[in-house]
Design a protein around this ligand. Structure first.
Ligand SMILES: Cc1cc2nc3c(=O)[nH]c(=O)nc-3n(C[C@H](O)[C@H](O)[C@H](O)COP(=O)(O)OP(=O)(O)OC[C@H]3O[C@@H](n4cnc5c(N)ncnc54)[C@H](O)[C@@H]3O)c2cc1C
Ligand SMILES: NC(=O)c1ccc[n+]([C@@H]2O[C@H](COP(=O)([O-])OP(=O)(O)OC[C@H]3O[C@@H](n4cnc5c(N)ncnc54)[C@H](O)[C@@H]3O)[C@@H](O)[C@H]2O)c1
Length: 461
């Protein structure tokens, strides 16, 4: 066994690279270990390929619904295989471009292999024993596979395979009602697949209730939605899945399908690391336990990203990586992480975006708030878009007029939300939002109009 010692050792090349690369640029000796393709989930099997495919689906959806703008396109053909190949090649090219840059960096060593801890701040990988002054665990998560009779005997898809499938299924059953289930159901459906969505509880269960309701209604255009139901048996014969779906009311239904996608959440990649040897504790679900400095139970060992599970986004692991680089490498200081206003978006049609408290959370926490609300259809650009479901909902604290939450459903919701994210990050008020000049008639006016609604309600009290 060769032994090497580093200043900084990172396991996982997703958000973990926010520490290893800048540390090497400071002249520190850094190592990064990755067992799969470089770039992590977001680049190889997550955010980036999914959004490239979803964009094509959005274009298809625009064409399919063009009649509402009095346009009669002469139909379109989907070259599904070419679409998936183009996206896969682009993604693989991006991932392949990382290694040459690493090779040019004399302060950064890359190990391609699976890291296993053999002691505190000590791992083995491909015949090497590596030790380091500082260790960062950023090993991410993988799809959760529920215990469904027959599932282990059929070739089901997870998001990883669903993003690379080159033959478009005519029929697809999706288990789940969260981010992946809805985004991939939209992608397949808009390109012509008949989709059934099996949802154990409600669609997008963490969203504001009004958004959830509007989304569930709007999404019926893309899928047959089976709410409060689960898959209870699966079989596969002659290229066809037979899927038993049981409702919470006990009603059993059998669906036939050409493909089955399991999108039932994720589990943390902590189980194969031998964390006990490292002195790193996990919780009952396998997430690494960290404090408000992202410190694990072992000295000079930190963890970040999906394997911690504070948030499960690429933008959140980026914040964590940048925080750890700053506070433990570049300018060591005793400062807890401040996530600020953590936003999210669901990239379907309609899009959904949110930041801060939902109305249910605000109520449960006893907040005294007022709701500013505006439908897209009541604003100029919303009218142009012929939006039927879109709205902006702002939650404003009554006493200090600060924005405590914003929820948007509709065209470009993921873009519109940003002006509110900035405002919340700066601890701004409703009046700060209203003193901004909005370009007429940009879509953002709907956010302003929701703010005006809140102002009018406050003034009327
Ligand atoms: C289909 C899909 C779509 C998504 N879309 C979005 C989106 O639009 N926006 C968004 O913000 N988030 C999205 N996400 C979530 C986002 O991808 C993750 O939250 C983020 O990538 C987590 O980053 P991470 O650094 O924690 O882990 P990862 O990026 O998963 O990196 C961990 C790496 O560690 C490696 N690894 C694991 N164990 C070991 C070991 N023992 N030794 C060596 N290497 C190891 C893994 O191979 C992996 O490459 C999506 C996820 C999926 C699956
Ligand atoms: N746009 C984005 O930011 C984006 C997109 C995709 C994924 N992601 C991230 O990836 C993670 C994984 O996505 P996801 O959609 O798998 O998770 P999710 O937590 O969003 O949804 C999981 C869904 O599976 C259902 N479920 C869980 N266990 C089940 C079981 N045993 N039987 C039946 N149904 C079950 C839940 O009720 C829920 O509807 C998310 O946490 C998310 O943060 C983000």
């Amino acid at each position: 066994m060769h032994h090497r010692h580093y200043d900084v050792l990172v396991i996982g090349s997703g958000g973990g690279t926010k520490i290893s690369t800048p540390a090497s640029h400071l002249g520190l000796k850094a190592a990064i270990i990755e067992k799969d393709r470089l770039g992590g989930t977001c680049l190889n099997r997550g955010c980036i390929p999914s959004k490239m495919l979803i964009h094509a689906a959005e274009v298809a959806d625009h064409i399919s619904t063009a009649a509402k703008y009095n346009l009669k396109p002469a139909g379109f053909e989907v070259d599904f295989q070419a679409l998936v190949q183009r996206v896969s090649e682009t993604i693989d090219g991006e991932s392949d471009s990382i290694l040459p840059a690493y090779r040019k960096n004399e302060n950064l060593d890359y190990y391609h292999g699976e890291a296993v801890f053999t002691g505190e701040r000590q791992v083995t990988v491909r015949g090497f024993t590596l030790t380091a002054d500082k260790v960062y665990i950023a090993t991410g998560s993988r799809p959760r596979i529920p215990d469904i009779p027959g599932l282990d005997k059929v070739p089901f898809l997870t998001s990883t395979e669903a993003l690379r499938l080159e033959k478009q299924p005519k029929r697809l059953v999706v288990l789940g009602g969260g981010y992946i289930a809805t985004e991939l159901a939209f992608y397949y459906s808009a390109l012509g697949t008949d989709v059934d969505l099996i949802v154990r509880s409600s669609m997008l269960r963490a969203e504001d209730g009004q958004v959830r309701e509007a989304f569930t209604k709007a999404f019926q255009r893309h899928a047959d939605i089976h709410l409060q139901a689960n898959i209870t048996k699966v079989a596969f014969e002659n290229d066809t899945y037979t899927i038993e779906v049981t409702g919470r009311d006990g009603k059993v239904q059998t669906l036939e399908s050409d493909a089955l996608l399991i999108a039932a959440g994720v589990v943390p990649n902590s189980d194969r690391l031998n964390l006990k040897a490292a002195g790193v504790k996990t919780d009952a679900s396998g997430y690494i336990v960290v404090d408000d400095h992202l410190r694990t139970s072992a000295p000079n060992t930190w963890a970040l990203g999906d394997v911690v599970g504070n948030y499960m986004f690429r933008h959140s692991v980026n914040v964590e990586g940048e925080y750890l680089f700053e506070t433990t490498v570049a300018h060591p200081e005793d400062r807890p992480i401040d996530y600020g206003a953590m936003p999210h978006a669901v990239f379907t049609t309609p899009q959904v975006a949110g930041v801060g408290l939902t109305e249910e959370e605000a109520r449960a926490q006893g907040n005294d708030y007022v709701v500013g609300f505006r439908n897209y259809s009541a604003s100029a650009m919303g009218m142009a878009l012929r939006s039927t479901e879109g709205f902006v909902k702002l939650l404003v604290d009554r006493s200090d007029r600060k924005i405590i939450g914003c929820h948007i459903i509709g065209h470009e919701a993921s873009v519109l939300i940003h002006q509110v994210i900035t405002l919340m990050q700066m601890k701004g008020t409703l009046d700060d939002l209203l003193s901004t000049i909005f370009i007429h008639p940009a879509l953002n006016e709907i956010v302003r109009n929701a703010a005006r609604d809140a102002r009018a309600k406050l003034a009327a009290e």
